[in-house]
Write a protein that binds this ligand. Sequence first.
Ligand SMILES: [Zn+2]
Ligand SMILES: [Zn+2]
Length: 198
Amino acid sequence: MYDGLTGRYTFGCPVSGEVRVRLSRFRTVERLGGAAHPAVYRVRFACPCGDDHDGLLTHEDLDWAPLGAAGEVFFNVMTRRLESTLPDLLDQAARQIGAGEWPWSFFCYPEGRVRPIFPSAFRVLVPADERVGVAVRCPDCGGTSVNLVSARHVDEPFYNDARVDVIEHIFSHDHEFLLDSFRADLESDAFDARRLEL
Ligand SMILES: [Zn+2]
Ligand SMILES: [Zn+2]
């Protein structure tokens, strides 16, 4: 579930019951096999309780709800009526995408270019100082790249950092291996990153 007012996804926590977390607190995103429609993703997230837990999101919740596609209902103080943000937000998103602005983007290292993505392309997220290291599987070439970005770049649709750091390394497709090598790379001070314009 996604809460459009706070920009957070809702998950269950064994300690606190229900928690709301931003996308930048996700740690891994993995598409589950089987049921093709709707696709279901298992998300491991860093919970405010201090532990990491798993939660499930449908493709729609993961990718489209932050753009307003889940249909928020709110009380409009001007008209004093309950209204849905759905048509407005979707319309706004459609216009921005039409104008060449993407809700999320990253720099694909194998292709050497910026690519638009959705959150389902994120595979691993690791906090790195004030920023977030994100491993993204490119929907166009299938290659995995790692960018260092601000939390806002991840959390806020249509906000993109002007510059991102790109780790100059072609990552394995294997999930576990990717996670390990990515963490090791981020933890070593000597990883090669190149600052590139988005
Ligand atoms: Zn928890
Ligand atoms: Zn690519």
